[in-house]
Each structure stands twice: as structure tokens, then as C-alpha cells.
Design a protein around this ligand. Structure first.
Ligand SMILES: Nc1ncnc2c1ncn2[C@@H]1O[C@H](COP(=O)(O)OP(=O)(O)OP(=O)(O)O)[C@@H](O)[C@H]1O
Length: 664
């Protein structure tokens, strides 16, 4: 330990920012070598998605703490030695408890959260102060929403539920149970895999709440706000809400008061250019009676904290998401932490009795328990309506989630109408055939691109209906197929694949690339927006298609990027010159694909293992497929070890909640 700080340079897995933090603590707070090292490690763990540094894990499984989330590389040169080997000399002869004791003695740098110290030690968890505060505040907000206890059952509730769920014959009917529970507290969590009916359920809940509000004595409609973490997820929810409203068994008045506009969460909270602060916060809460947030697995600690702080105490929050998907790119695994008891249910006798009275439903014994107050407000939807029980995609996703590699391999090897595997040679030429083939490929998209309308493109400076419809069709067709990479860098990562795919498409006569290699812009280039741009109203994750349009004035053509938009034309055109932060999107990372779905999802595994290849990544990749899934790669034999590797993000949210509930 005494050789620090110079020797921090020897820890190659640290980033300059981690070392800078250590140096700052040394110069400003007189931090000793041990605190410097642990501060740098906390900072590195944070960059890998962990809210805190768990000292026990630092000893038991350090390599799992220091892997990148979205910036993984498959070049082995980057990490000459695993972190465990590099750290071994520093921690020889120590234990988690001895480290904690030594840290606690450094009172200028390390505190218990009451004083303003740069680091907070909470048991055997070490935090940067800001994260500890956010986690505390979030836990208190969650617990606060559940503190009021159980409301009485409104006399009308059983009949309303019976009408709304008249078509559901399942026993228990988890959708009905979820709606019933959501009426009794200002927080409800609904988790479930793809197509388990999360949107359908929340629509019925909104109908029920709005019905009660509109037909009450004062007849005031509830202000309902819908949001999702990315623009793409928001557009998808908007589309399924639009379709679902028509089928609701409720009056036209109620239907008219259910919104179908879904904003991004950042926009809902009032993101402002040039600052991380949102317009809505505890002193200026969101004006809303009900807030629904979909794809909640993508919400990191920071955003979850901002969301909870922006809600007035009586605003009802409904979180929807799939707890088994990849966690957020930034630190935290909020939905997974909130859903710790979702699989087992753990419904208390009081909840069981309440539900029996409200719904007439009896939850089977395996789901009984003495769960936390949050478990009582959480429902896991368990039956996929999108995938029949014999669908390959559904079965494969279930096997991966259940850590059952034998079944997953058997399904893939046998193949079926909707799943296949494709072993690739180093040149990956087999993939070229798949991407230019007749179905579930980029062919239909590129053929649509080649056939713009023969009519005029512009009328009075606006796109004509025909051209707008063509652009919308183009955007839709692009979702026929997508290559999802596990990694970003290297030959099997997004960067390598995008170049190869464009060349294959050109070889097949489907695409014309610019003669000059440095010119990245060409008609047909799909682009992915990499960061929120409030000036252009484009969100991280939005996808646009580059098109050549007749110039609005004069001769020739201009390149524009078409993005979907919730407007009359349904599309918006942006000049490529204004798009500084975009990437080509023939291939994208599984992380970036969250919240999207594709007709045919092709998940590409690299040629060697990496700690970022996890069960959640495989599951998320599979569940992006609507009708066809292909697992491709040069080393498909890696699959069982990837399925076995479950992600565990270090966080204290669950522990903070447990503590709050134990000490009323
Ligand atoms: N109780 C039900 N009875 C019949 N069909 C249902 C029921 N619930 C959902 N569905 C149908 O199943 C499909 C998937 O439902 P929904 O879109 O609500 O699921 P989801 O969990 O929100 O899906 P996603 O994974 O896309 O978020 C839809 O076509 C929906 O109409």
C-alpha cells in the first residue's frame, strides 16, 4: 500500500479520470495511498455500471467489477492482465472488513454520509458522495410512496375490473391483479417479458382511473403523461397505445382522455440544453396525476432519482419494463433492484385478502410470502401473448433467461421457422447472403429506396404526401432486419461490421457507395443518433435514413436524413451537415437496440469471450426479434458460458430499502 500513488499508473485498467480523482483527493483532502486507490477503483466501477464499490466483491470477484458497459472492445491488447492479477499485490493480507476499518479512519475523505466527504462508506460499500445521496433519496422516495398503507377497496372496483378483463380467462389473471394493485398506491411496478401484455394492462389501468375521475362529482379528467427512455421506445409505445385504445371496453369519453403521445423521459422531466438539471424537480414538480414510464430497465440511478424527485407525492407512478433485460448504459440497475421479489411474488396475507376481495382472484401458494411493501405493489406478467408456447423465439428467450444452455443449444441446433444459427468463417461471407437474401434482409428496404415516387417531391416548400409516405415506408422497411453486435470495436463489433455490410450491399447491386472512401454520406445510409440534441429535437437512439431528394429549388439532388416524427407528414428531414454525433446503423450494439424491435434480429457473437458478454445481453438480443432470430458468429460454442454469466451490478438500493422498512 505504501508504494502508492505513483504506482496507480501500473493499474492499466484505470482511466485517466480515475487517477485524477485519486490525485485530487491526495492534494485537497490529504488522502493516503489506500483511499486514493479505493477512490480510483470506485470511479472505475462506476464507469462499469456499478453504483458503489462493494469491498467483498473486490476480493471475491474483482474482474466482474471493471468491465465496460457500452464501450467494450474485443481487442485483447487493451487489458494485458486482468484486474484481479493487477490488484493482488495491493490487497494481500487484507480482508474487506480490515479495508473498511482503515477507510473509516480517514475521516477527511471518507464519511457516513452525514458530513460532506468525497467518499461515503456504508457498511462494506464505498460510494462517491453524489451517488450515495441519490441512492438514499431514491430509496426514501420509493418507501415514501408505499408508506400510506393499504387503501380501502372502492365499491365499484370489482365490477370495473370484471368489465375491463372480461376476455381474460387465466387464473390467476396477472394483468387484472396488476391493475387492481395499481389503484391502491402511488407506485406500481409491472414487469414482464416481450408481449406479456404490459401495454395492454396499463391501458386498462388508465381507462379505469380516467373513468373514475371523469364520472366523479367534479368530473375533472386526470392529467396523464406517458414516457420512455428513448425516442424509439417512445414511438413504439405510442403506436401500441394508439392501436390499443380503440379496443378498450370503455366509453368514448374515457378513450378521448387517454393520451397516445409518448415523450422521452428527458423531455418529460424538462431537459435543458447546456445543463444536467431538469426543469421539474422537488420544488417544481411535474403537473401530472399519473405518469407511466415504459422500458424502465433502461433507467439508470441518476435518471430514476430525477424522475422520483420530479413527482408530487400524489402523482401516481407506473413503471413498466422487463427486469431481465440489459441494465441501463449508465450506472445502476434500478428496475432489477426494484423487482428483486417479482419472480416469487412474495404477496403477504393482507395483500392476498385485498386482491381476493377486489378481483375475486386467488394467487397460488408459490407466490405467497412476506415480501417487502414494494413486493406488494409489483406484478410480474408471466404469459407471452406475442410468442405462442411453441414459438422458437419465445422458448429460446425462456431457456436463456433460466440459465438452461442445453435447451438453448438444442433449440438452435434443431432450428425452426423462426430461429436459426449461422456459423461464420473469418470473412463472414455467410452473413452477406443473409443480409441480401429475399426475406428478413435489407433487400426490401433498399429496393424501396431505389423506387421513389414519380410525382413532384415538393409543394409550396413542403414534402408532398406521396414522398412523405415513401419516406415513412422506408423507415418502416429498415426495421425488417438488424445486425446486433455484442461489442462495439474490432472486426466483430459494430465499427467493423458496418463497413463490411455496406460493401456487401454494394456488391449485391443494392447500394451505391461514394467513390471517395472519406465521404460517409450516401443515399441509403442509416444513422443512429448517439447523444440527445435538443436543438434538433433528436434523442440518443433515434434512427434516420439518408435519402437523395430533388433539390427544393432548382436542379439536382440534395442528401437529407429522414427521421420519424409524430406530425402530419410523419417524417422530418435534417441536413447531414447538422448531424455531428451519429454512427452508421446497419449494425448496432445490443445496448443501443433496447426499446426497439426488428422483423429479423441477427445477434452476432465475437470470436472470443469477454466479460461484457452476458446472459442479459443474449436475452435482450433475442427478444428484439419480432418474427425471426438468427444467432451468428465465428465461435457459437461460446454460448453456454455466456448464458451462465449473469450480470450483477453493485448497488445498495435494495439494502437501503430493506433498512428503511426495518426501521420505521
Ligand atoms: N389479455 C390479453 N388477451 C388477448 N390478447 C392480449 C392480452 N394481453 C395482451 N394481448 C395481446 O398481446 C400482444 C402483446 O401485448 P402488449 O403489447 O400489451 O405487450 P407488452 O408486454 O407491452 O409488449 P412489449 O414487449 O412490446 O413491450 C398484443 O397484440 C396484445 O393485443
Amino acid at each position: 500500500m505504501d508504494r502508492l500513488p505513483e504506482s496507480l499508473a501500473a493499474l492499466t485498467f484505470l482511466a485517466p479520470l480515475d487517477r485524477a480523482l485519486a490525485q485530487l483527493l491526495a492534494s485537497e483532502a490529504n488522502a493516503g495511498p489506500r483511499v486514493q486507490l479505493l477512490a480510483a477503483l470506485t470511479s472505475r466501477a462506476l464507469a462499469s455500471g456499478h453504483v458503489c464499490l462493494e469491498l467483498e466483491r473486490l476480493f471475491s470477484d474483482p474482474d466482474s467489477l471493471f468491465t465496460g458497459a457500452d464501450d467494450a472492445s474485443d481487442s485483447p491488447e487493451k487489458a494485458p492482465q486482468p484486474p484481479s492479477a493487477q490488484l493482488a499485490p495491493w490487497f494481500a493480507g487484507q480482508t474487506p472488513a480490515s479495508l473498511a476499518a482503515a477507510l473509516a479512519a480517514e475521516t477527511l475523505c471518507v464519511g457516513d454520509g452525514n458530513a460532506t466527504t468525497p467518499l461515503v462508506l456504508d457498511g462494506l460499500r464505498l460510494y462517491l458522495l453524489r451517488n450515495w445521496r441519490m441512492e438514499q433519496a431514491l430509496a426514501q422516495a420509493v418507501a415514501g410512496r408505499l408508506a400510506a398503507g393499504t387503501a380501502d377497496i372502492p365499491a365499484t372496483l370489482p365490477a370495473q375490473l370484471a368489465t375491463l378483463f372480461a376476455g381474460n380467462t387465466q387464473d390467476p389473471d396477472w394483468q387484472r391483479l396488476a391493475v387492481a394493485l395499481a389503484t391502491r398506491a402511488p407506485l406500481q411496478v409491472i414487469t414482464g417479458g416481450p408481449g406479456t401484455g404490459k401495454t395492454t394492462t396499463v391501458l386498462r389501468l388508465l381507462a379505469l382511473l380516467q373513468e373514475n375521475a371523469l364520472y366523479a362529482d367534479d368530473g375533472r379528467a386526470l392529467q396523464i403523461r406517458l414516457a420512455a427512455p428513448t425516442g424509439k421506445a417512445a414511438a413504439r409505445l405510442s403506436e401500441s397505445i394508439r392501436k390499443g385504445i380503440a379496443q378498450l371496453p370503455t366509453s368514448d369519453l374515457v378513450k378521448r382522455h387517454i393520451p397516445d403521445r409518448v415523450s422521452t423521459l428527458h423531455r418529460l422531466l424538462g431537459a435543458q440544453a447546456g445543463t444536467r438539471r431538469f426543469r421539474h424537480h422537488a420544488q417544481n414538480p411535474l403537473p401530472a396525476d399519473v405518469v407511466v414510464v415504459d422500458e424502465a430497465s433502461m433507467i439508470d440511478l441518476d435518471l430514476a432519482h430525477s424522475l422520483f424527485m420530479a413527482l408530487a407525492p400524489n402523482t401516481r407512478l407506473i413503471l413498466l419494463g422487463d427486469k431481465d433485460q440489459l441494465a441501463s448504459v449508465e450506472a445502476g440497475a434500478v428496475l432489477a433492484e426494484l423487482c428483486r421479489e417479482a419472480s416469487t411474488g412474495a404477496y403477504s396475507p393482507a395483500t392476498l385478502a385485498w386482491l381476493a376481495q377486489a378481483t375475486g382472484q386467488h394467487i397460488p401458494q408459490p407466490y405467497h410470502g412476506q415480501g417487502s411493501p414494494l413486493a406488494q405493489q409489483t406484478v410480474m406478467l408471466r404469459e407471452s401473448r406475442r410468442f405462442a408456447s411453441d414459438s422458437g423465439i419465445g422458448q429460446l428467450a425462456t431457456a436463456v433467461n433460466a440459465n438452461d444452455p442445453e435447451t438453448a443449444l438444442r433449440l438452435l441446433e434443431a432450428g425452426s421457422e423462426d430461429i436459426a444459427q449461422l456459423a461464420l468463417a473469418p470473412g463472414a461471407g455467410e452473413l452477406a447472403g443473409l443480409l441480401t437474401g429475399s426475406q428478413g434482409s435489407y433487400r426490401a428496404f433498399l429496393l424501396t429506396l431505389a423506387q421513389p415516387p414519380a410525382t413532384a417531391c415538393w409543394a409550396a416548400g413542403e414534402l408532398t404526401t406521396e414522398w412523405a409516405a415513401w419516406l415513412k415506408a422506408l423507415l418502416l422497411r429498415f426495421d425488417d432486419c438488424r445486425v446486433l453486435c455484442a461489442l462495439r470495436q474490432g472486426p466483430w463489433g459494430v465499427s467493423g461490421l458496418n463497413t463490411r455490410i455496406a460493401a456487401w450491399l454494394q456488391d449485391a447491386g443494392l447500394l451505391t457507395l461514394p467513390a471517395q472512401a472519406h465521404n460517409q454520406w450516401y443515399a441509403g445510409r442509416p444513422v443512429l443518433v448517439l447523444a440527445n440534441d435538443y436543438g434538433l429535437n433528436l434523442m440518443n437512439g433515434d434512427i434516420g435514413i439518408t435519402v437523395a431528394l430533388p433539390a427544393p429549388e432548382g436542379n439536382g439532388v440534395v442528401l437529407r436524413v429522414a427521421f420519424p416524427e409524430d406530425s402530419d407528414t410523419g417524417v422530418r428531414l435534417v441536413s447531414p451537415a447538422r448531424l455531428a454525433n451519429v454512427d452508421t446503423a446497419w449494425a448496432m450494439t445490443v445496448h443501443k437496440s433496447q426499446g426497439s424491435e426488428f422483423g429479423h434480429a441477427i445477434l452476432l457473437l465475437p470470436d472470443r469471450d469477454s466479460p461484457v458478454l452476458t446472459r442479459e445481453l443474449i436475452y435482450t438480443g433475442i427478444t428484439r426479434a419480432k418474427s425471426r432470430f438468427t444467432l451468428a458468429g465465428p465461435q457459437l460454442a461460446l454460448l453456454p458460458q455466456l448464458i451462465a454469466r449473469a450480470t450483477r451490478r453493485s448497488s445498495g438500493l435494495g439494502a437501503q430499502l430493506d433498512r428503511l422498512w426495518k426501521t420505521p
